[in-house]
Design a protein around this ligand. Structure first.
Ligand code: PHE
Length: 446
């Protein structure tokens, strides 16, 4: 089936798809709240450093392996293996990535479903349907199940349409809208009383926190989750990049877009929280920290929007549209990982694979919805804190220890003939070989 492989039609298309994967709930929700609860700019600074020195090199490892092999993660890792042991490791890492990303999608779909429900809520209120509004904003199993299914159907719909007509087309439409909505919301929130206090909480560093190992762990976890690393997503997207493309350049653009949008989201969320405080909404939890969990998105911000009167309806619409878009461009990249495998290695049709795998993941989501308390945190914690960094480490091992240096260089040279003279080739091989695995290990065993 290799001949049926898709390809992104342009650099813009790839950038929108890959940054769409990277920019998700992790940026708009996770990053600002992590920053607020980890010493403001102390976290921001640590995150920026880690994103560039650890996450970017790991991202490049995935893009280079993917484009070289032009296949799904398992076949790609096998293709650069050198013997039976590394072949076995390739299968283990590839399969573990596929399972991890499916479980990430299963909890991600629940939260994304909430975003759709909260997006419809202002519409229901405009139409005077207060019963519907109450139902949409109440945390019930039936609401959560319904919206999981709606969100997963959208994801399956886009993935069935393929790389160019599904992923690229939708990411190219949705990502510019996301940036536009984000900027408009920031501008509006900045005009409101209290916004400057939020800006201060975001940007003034608490230097005492720099030494805190927890800050380091959170910043690394955030960086790996945000760049969608370890689970084969970026590897598969890399496999759809044109051979003429300059990989170090497009990779750094993806990292910059991801980091830039996370920093921008901080300029929205923290000022918005302090605006909420100024209008009487509680933004601190019992321990005195900022409310960061689901409460932030499903109660603090909606309370703020409600206090704004009529304009609040439109602000709520815009905000939850933003969240839904961010989720969807990430969820499609998650589903693409197992679908690419099923199509290429199991000879399944794309449509059938998307529906079947999307169906299985939806069932897991429903299982979590109905057993939320033990399962949600367990699945989210295990996949993002344990599995993702470890898998990322193994992908670095493949790129730097198993695959030959000449092979790597030859692949990079496809899109940049002078690559061996450039800065990237002077620094990157050393980074993926030593710094990335070591740093991941250190943080992992903290
Ligand atoms: N990067 C996405 C986010 O920030 C999450 C993600 C993780 C997407 C793993 C794909 C794979 O929300």
């Amino acid at each position: 089936m290799a001949s049926a492989r898709g390809e992104f039609s342009s650099r813009f298309g790839f950038l929108m798809a890959a940054s769409g994967s990277a920019v998700g709930l992790g940026n708009i929700w996770g990053f600002p709240t992590n920053t607020a609860s980890n010493g403001g700019a102390a976290f921001l600074f640590t995150y920026l450093v880690l994103a560039f020195v650890l996450a970017y090199p790991a991202l490049m490892a995935e893009l280079i392996i993917g484009r070289h092999a032009r296949s799904n993660a398992i076949t790609a890792l096998k293709s650069i293996s050198t013997g039976p042991k590394s072949q076995l490791l390739a299968v283990i890492v590839g399969v573990a990535g596929m399972i991890t990303v499916s479980f990430i999608l299963s909890f991600y779909a629940i939260v994304s479903g909430w975003m759709i429900a909260f997006f419809i809520d202002p519409l229901a209120r405009i139409l005077g349907m207060s019963d519907l509004s109450l139902w949409l904003t109440s945390d019930t199993e039936i609401r959560n199940s319904l919206f999981v299914l709606i969100f997963m159907s959208l994801t399956v719909y886009i993935i069935s349409a393929g790389v160019k007509d599904g992923i690229e087309k939708w990411a190219s439409r949705l990502m510019p809208s996301l940036v536009g909505i984000l900027l408009l919301l920031i501008l509006y929130v900045f005009t409101l009383p209290g916004a400057m206090d939020g800006l201060r909480a975001y940007l003034v560093p608490d230097f005492s926190r720099f030494a805190d190992p927890q800050l380091l762990i959170n910043a690394m976890g955030q960086a790996f989750f945000s760049l969608s690393l370890g689970v084969g997503t970026m590897l598969v997207y890399g496999s759809y990049i044109n051979k003429e493309e300059n990989l170090p350049v497009v990779g750094s653009l993806v990292a910059l877009l991801d980091i830039g949008i996370a920093v921008l989201a901080g300029l929205l969320i923290l000022p918005a929280m302090y605006v909420a405080l100024a209008s009487g909404v509680e933004i601190f939890d019992e321990a005195g920290g900022l409310i960061a969990g689901p409460g932030l998105i499903v109660s603090v911000l909606p309370a703020l929007f409600n206090s704004m009167g009529v304009i609040g309806v439109f602000v709520a619409l815009a905000f939850f549209a933003l969240m839904t878009i961010a989720s969807l461009t990430s969820s499609i990249s998650m589903l693409e990982v197992p679908v690419a495998y099923a199509v290429e290695n199991r000879g399944m049709g794309r449509n059938k694979a998307a529906v079947l795998i999307g169906g299985v993941i939806s069932c897991i989501s429903l299982l979590i919805v109905f057993n939320f308390d033990p399962l949600f945190d367990l699945v989210a914690g295990f996949t993002t804190e344990r599995s993702q960094p470890l898998l990322s480490l193994f992908i670095c091992v493949f790129a730097a220890w198993i695959w030959s240096r000449d092979g790597v260089l030859a692949e990079i040279k496809h899109g940049s003939a002078e690559a061996d003279q450039g800065l990237f080739w002077k620094i990157w091989p050393f980074y993926v070989k030593f710094i990335c695995p070591l740093a991941i290990l250190v943080v992992y065993f903290q």
